[in-house]
Design a protein around this ligand. Structure first.
Ligand code: MG
Length: 383
């Protein structure tokens, strides 16, 4: 292979990589999306080591993993200063009937919660009287724990119902005595100035089967009475119910979830004000990055920053560097110009992008000039 061919191929591969991974690629940021589509300025998801063989993932807060001393993480609900009378035996946390609810000392709100439970293998009672307990998120909303393996009851009080609010979509329970797992995604209701701005939602998987799909909350739910939306505190304990049955628990952990857009987070659709603030922050970061670079890399970062938020100094510097790059193309002798093909096409893509999203005017001189150079050298024709 000729040296010049290798050079061109190398330049072309740089060009492809830049467009796959750099700016000027997907649709630009807009009024409610601070990032472009496929934006490499967006933070990479944080690494979480998944739990092996049923263990909690690396960023989980473990409330009970089977150790006797973990009883210290819990207290009596009636007298929070008092230790709970629930027992840890053989790596299992067991309800002692009559001892009252148990609550975690840890307080939290929006979360992914994992909890496993087992109803007594000796079947006693029926309907709500068989293997009854409950998982109370923030101490407010009960995800029902009940042995419904072969035990009909009112559906909105069934195992994994949001008690008094919504029955589960399926009965995916194992037989009594066997372990059941609940994986719960919980989002608390959010109120602002007395107005509900997000009702809160709950999703539940029972033994891997989805039984609640983003079920809208209506306050906390409850026994016999219809509940209505109401503000929740910022955080609260996890409570487990004593309903008079010796239900056992193990492997309890949660992972806090990031803030929703509505409360200042940057997940999903954001408000225009929050988007503008985020765009300014992203632009600033790109300009700080540009300050460490030289040559075309610097030029592209400066121009890219304008896609997020305008800045006269960055605009002026970027435009000046674009003009200088055009000059180098124009000054390149005809027998050397082929070596500039990759760079020129990359530049043209950037110019087209900036014009398409009206970051720079369509008749921007460097855009026109690179267009002429590309056309003259027939780089726009497929070979
Ligand atoms: Mg219950």
């Amino acid at each position: 292979m000729k040296r010049s061919t290798i050079h061109v191929l190398a330049a072309l591969s740089t060009f492809t990589a830049a467009h796959a991974e750099g700016g000027f690629y997907g649709d630009a940021p807009d009024a409610t999306h601070p990032w472009a589509i496929h934006d490499m300025n967006r933070p990479q998801p944080p690494r979480v080591e998944p739990g092996k063989n049923g263990a909690a993932p690396s960023d989980a807060i473990v409330l009970f993993s089977g150790k006797a001393e973990e009883i210290e993480k819990w207290q009596s609900d009636k007298q929070p200063a008092e230790p709970t009378k629930w027992e840890v035996k053989d790596g299992v946390l067991q309800c002692v009937p009559g001892s009252g609810y148990i609550r975690s000392k840890e307080e939290f709100a929006d979360c992914q919660l994992h909890i496993e439970w087992s109803a007594p293998s000796k079947v006693e009672g029926n309907s709500q009287g068989r293997g009854n307990s409950g998982v109370f998120l923030m101490g407010q909303v009960e995800v029902q724990v009940l042995d419904n393996y072969n035990n009909p009851t009112y559906p909105d009080g069934f195992a994994s119902s949001i008690y008094g609010i919504n029955p589960p979509m399926a009965n995916a329970l194992n037989a009594p005595g066997e372990w059941q797992s609940y994986d719960i995604i919980f989002r608390r209701p959010i109120f602002k100035d007395g107005q509900e701005i997000d009702p809160g939602y709950i999703t539940v998987f029972v033994n891997g089967v989805c039984t609640q799909d983003h079920t809208r909350l209506e306050g906390g739910g409850g026994h016999m009475r219809r509940s209505s939306p109401r503000p929740f505190p910022e955080k609260g304990p996890l409570k487990l119910q004593d309903h008079g049955n010796p239900v056992r628990y193990r492997n309890i952990w949660y992972r806090p979830l990031p803030k929703r857009a509505i409360e200042g987070g940057d997940t999903s659709l954001m408000s225009e004000a929050a988007t503008a603030a985020k765009r300014a922050e992203i632009a600033k970061g790109i300009r700080e990055d540009a300050a460490k670079l030289t040559g075309n890399a610097k030029m592209y970062r400066l121009l890219e920053s304008l896609c997020y938020a305008d800045d006269s100094a960055a605009r002026e510097a970027g435009i000046k560097m674009a003009a200088a790059f055009i000059q180098t193309l124009q000054d390149t002798p005809a027998d050397k110009i082929e070596s500039k093909k990759g760079e020129a096409l990359q530049f043209q893509k950037a110019m087209n992008y900036l014009a398409k999203f009206k970051i720079l005017p369509d008749d921007f001189p460097a855009k026109q000039q690179v267009g002429e150079i590309v056309k003259k050298n027939e780089w726009d024709k497929k070979k």
